[in-house]
Design a protein around this ligand. Sequence first.
Ligand SMILES: Cc1cc2nc3c(=O)[nH]c(=O)nc-3n(C[C@H](O)[C@H](O)[C@H](O)COP(=O)(O)OP(=O)(O)OC[C@H]3O[C@@H](n4cnc5c(N)ncnc54)[C@H](O)[C@@H]3O)c2cc1C
Length: 375
Amino acid sequence: MQKKIAVIGGGIVGATASYYLARSGHSVSVFDSGNGQATAAAAGIICPWLSRRRNKKWYRLVSEGAAFYDKLLADLASDGLKTDAYARSGAIILGQSADYIQEVHDRALERREQAPLIGSVAILKGSELEKAFPPLANVEQALYVGGGARVDGRELTKTLLEAAIHLGGTLHKGNVSLTMDNDGTLSVLTPDGPQKFDAVILAAGAWLPQLLRPLGYTVDVRGQKGQLIVLQTEARDPQNYPVIMPQGEIDLLPFGNGKTVIGASHENDKGYDLQPDASVTDPMLEQACTWLPHLKDEATTDIRVGTRAYTSDFSPFFGSVPGLQNCFAASGLGSSGLTSGPLIGYLLAELAQGKESSLPTEDYPITAYVKSTNR
Ligand SMILES: Cc1cc2nc3c(=O)[nH]c(=O)nc-3n(C[C@H](O)[C@H](O)[C@H](O)COP(=O)(O)OP(=O)(O)OC[C@H]3O[C@@H](n4cnc5c(N)ncnc54)[C@H](O)[C@@H]3O)c2cc1C
């Protein structure tokens, strides 16, 4: 039966949920303010397998999330939508010591047994390294991981939302809020007045607390400022250069046509602030130039700023909002939300259709982070 479903938030989670709901024949209304959106600002590295983090549930979500891209792209292609927003370009990992490179190499081989998508794994030196990424300087050896990928979050969500609209959905730009009626049902307060839906998905990223607070909820999610630099160089870099992941905070992503992204800062103390701050980005650029000296003389074309959502134990969650019928939410995707986000959006779409989620919701329990203060 066709349902009327609202999706609040048009980042990677909301856009993917909207696409799959519209694809299943439901009537979808997407509401998105776009302000501070993490997806549009994000760097876009998809290479979760090398993390030292020991949380198995988180690892399952990000590794299955990375693999989910194959399904997403195949589904879009079967709907006649080809996108080059995603490329499995490979990843080059840099480290401060040979021991570090060896340690990551061994971890990659061990994890490849469960995650064949990791692909080829090799320590590169000298001419091999130069062949893999000619502009790279001041590096003696590095690890190459063939399954690493990059995604342009802004482009991908645009494609997903266009697909949802093509399938009958509607997109409404601007902020909305929620209200509870006397009969205990939820309304979405839009500029055109309150609207009722059979189901509501809250994909509001770092703004989930603001959305649920008026209904008497506390939400363990805080905003974290992230800044990155987009540089335009001469269009000499081929599209398929690997992404570069040095030890530490900075990543380097060649996007082809001379576009290189350097990202990203993690500024907990700046929360929802969206102002570019050269005292943070200038040192990032300087550090990046030690590996890619040709960037030094190029003009900065853009500083992108977005707000990541974090929970106090850094774990993402999704599921049915406790105490609200037919209302589902996800948040807390942190630094890896472009990796896990499409899968989480798909899982929310399953829940909103009354289906079982393909991943157990109890492993990512919304009740640990979203609490009603009414009872
Ligand atoms: C600088 C930076 C670099 C990153 N790099 C990577 C990376 O390399 N790899 C990776 O995997 N992840 C990365 N991430 C993380 C990833 O981008 C996020 O985790 C992910 O995009 C979150 O998606 P989301 O859909 O949950 O939230 P968002 O993308 O933030 O979308 C939420 C949307 O909801 C809208 N909204 C909120 N409240 C309302 C309301 N009341 N009414 C209407 N609209 C509303 C917001 O405006 C926003 O558009 C990065 C993030 C940043 C900021």
